[in-house]
Design a protein around this ligand. Structure first.
Ligand SMILES: O=c1ccn([C@@H]2O[C@H](COP(=O)(O)O)[C@@H](O)[C@H]2O)c(=O)[nH]1
Length: 595
């Protein structure tokens, strides 16, 4: 772990079920490879994960079963370890490649910016040669313009100990926001291609589909139907991602899917018992239906207490030299990037989804009422009445009371979005834009734009508020000078720390650590600040309509719906700085430095 990481807190644990084949999954790590330096329950780093994987592989070898590692994309964007260097990722790629991942694929974040996709093609794919799969993704060579597969389409291999013959694929959901140096082919089209139809006819003991794909969306449904249509009895294991939640889905009695959360908070554990490997010399051909199998999952909180518990090791025996070296690499990178430099001290916790919006604990109310009115200003139009709109998905994480650092700026908002504007929009039309964006409804039915892409990804899967019987602790729990956001508030379960209490198709026993439930309040797709309106409360004739560039397509469609025919050429840059830079400047100016 990192030297400043808070020590994990002991908690009641559930052990890991082992099977003939076992998997560890990471997804949506978003460059949190240093772990969470303000939350003890997620404080292990990528080096610790390497030690954990090495110890668990040893255990698997000792009893003659298999363990494979999977990563399903969105490794970048969301933490200073990737975002703070110029170019991005200067230290990051060498750290990630140290983990011995068996099957790995691309997320949408690897594709938003052309330079990131180029690094993926030129660095990550070769770093994981033979393991990196791109079933529906192509790269466009910038020199020749040639469109080539991002990586190999699928992989066939046999496991070391049980001789299980695996055919594996690596998909990305039907993403359309990629830069123009990649091509994402819709899943429905890909599965009709000859290579895929041939691959699902290969002899296999297990199909493994990894993807940056949610478990209950149309893409995995289509792949499942295609494989099951051809192989009525072969086990199929899916690994998904993208919506940042812990999830487990049962498609049939031999087809399951696992998704392992976000931000290095969770390692997913999947075990399948009852698979016979035919890849061993002594293996016999499968005749008739397979015997019953069991598919079990766990969500492992990423901290050393759990890693020691699951390996049966302790502080002096757990870490491998390799793991320790990678922790040092991360520490050196963080120092070189100056990630602990303090910008200001947050006076209170500000929550993305743990507190209701609007409200004084909501990060969006803070942004809307305090930050945007000061940030959405330019000298030459500072007296013009204006509406400034930001999508809530632009913010990615909570702010905890205490030190707000260089690192935190990227944790909160890694994007390079700027404010743009359309000048002098009739107010009667401009005021209808926010409700249209938030209600989704009619405007978006006629386009390929999806309103859920505006909000935090968790809201794709969490469709109603979850209100936990917890209250925020009056006294923050302080460790190593950092603050943990919550401690148990009542005496009835004094040992439980607030955290994930997952319910999925397997029931409510998936989490390896027993936690107290945390609330989740849904937020609107977009928020709006009303700035420099007439003092007498009257409506202005026209306003400058300001918005972050990510939502420009939605804004233009909404304006069209209310009868205004603005085009891309009517949009100008309002501020040169990114939203992240503007927020950082606001914090430096408004929050005191001495925490
Ligand atoms: O420039 C951007 C890019 C993305 N977003 C928001 O992020 C989500 C996607 O996040 P995942 O981690 O891939 O799930 C997208 O739907 C937007 O809400 C953004 O605001 N700006």
């Amino acid at each position: 772990e990192q030297p400043s990481a808070p020590k994990p807190v002991a908690a009641p644990m559930r052990s890991l079920p082992w099977g003939d084949i076992n998997f560890l999954q990471t997804t949506d790590t978003h460059s949190w490879h240093a772990g969470h330096l303000q939350e003890p329950q997620y404080s292990a780093d990528w080096g610790d994960y390497i030690s954990f994987a090495e110890r668990m592989r040893q255990k698997a070898d000792d009893v003659g079963v298999d363990l494979l590692l999977v990563d399903t994309g969105d490794r970048i964007e969301g933490n200073g370890l990737y975002d703070a260097s110029d170019p991005k990722g200067v230290y990051f790629y060498d750290i990630v490649k140290e983990q011995n991942i068996d099957i790995i694929c691309t997320g949408n974040h690897e594709l938003y910016q052309a330079d990131a996709s180029a690094r993926e093609y030129n660095t990550t794919v070769p770093n994981f040669k033979g393991k990196y799969l791109a079933s529906n993704l192509d790269y466009i060579n910038p020199k020749t313009g040639e469109q080539v597969p991002m990586a190999q389409r699928y992989r066939k291999f046999t496991t070391k100990n049980k001789g299980i013959r695996i055919v594996a694929f690596g998909f990305l959901f039907d993403f359309t926001g990629n830069a123009d140096n990649t091509v994402v082919q819709p899943v429905e089209k890909t599965i009709k291609e000859e290579w895929f139809q041939d691959a699902i006819r290969e002899e296999a003991d297990l199909f493994v589909i990894i993807g940056h794909v949610t478990l209950h969306g149309p893409e995995y449904k289509a792949i499942y139907k295609a494989i099951r249509g051809q192989n009525w009895d072969t086990p199929i294991q899916f690994f998904g991602g993208h919506s940042h939640i812990r999830d487990f889905a049962k498609y049939d009695s031999k087809a399951y899917a696992l998704q392992s959360g976000r931000y290095m908070e969770t390692l997913g554990w999947m075990s399948i018992e009852g698979i016979k490997g035919k890849g061993k010399k002594d293996g016999s051909k499968q005749l008739g239906p397979r015997a019953s199998m069991s598919f079990k999952r766990r969500y492992i909180d990423n901290n050393l207490f759990g890693y020691h518990y699951h390996t049966g090791l302790n502080e002096s025996t757990f870490s491998t030299d390799h793991g320790k070296n990678v922790s040092s690499m991360i520490h050196e990178a963080r120092k070189a990037l100056d990630l602990d430099r303090i910008y200001g001290c947050a006076p209170r916790d500000l929550w993305l989804n743990r507190a209701p919006y609007p409200g004084n604990k909501s990060i969006f109310t803070w942004l809307e009422e305090e930050v945007m009115p000061e940030a959405a200003v330019t000298e030459k139009r500072k007296d013009k009445p204006r509406l400034a709109i930001t999508n809530t998905g632009a913010l990615r994480f909570d702010i905890f009371k205490g030190a707000f650092t260089h690192d935190t700026t990227y944790i909160i908002s890694p994007f390079v979005s700027q404010f743009r504007y359309i000048r002098d929009v009739p107010y009667k039309s401009a005021k209808q834009v926010l409700p249209l964006l938030n209600n989704g409804g009619p405007i978006l039915k006629t386009t390929s734009l999806k309103h859920w892409e505006l909000a935090p990804p968790e809201q794709m899967s969490i469709l109603t508020d979850i209100i936990a019987p917890e209250v925020l602790s009056p006294e923050p729990f302080v460790q190593n000078g950092w603050q943990s956001p919550l401690i148990p508030a009542t005496d009835d379960e004094p040992d439980l720390i607030p955290g994930y209490t997952t319910k999925d198709d397997g029931g409510d026993d998936g989490d390896d650590t027993l936690h107290k439930q945390i609330s989740f309040y849904r937020v609107p797709n977009c928020i709006q600040s009303t700035i420099s309106f007439p003092d007498d409360g009257s409506d202005p004739e026209t306003v400058d309509l300001i918005f972050v560039d990510f939502i420009q397509p939605w804004i233009l469609v909404a304006l069209q719906y209310v009868g205004e025919s603005y085009k891309e050429t009517d949009v100008s840059i309002y501020r040169e700085e990114t939203l992240t830079q503007l927020m950082a400047a606001w914090i430096k100016k408004n929050w005191k430095k001495d925490c």
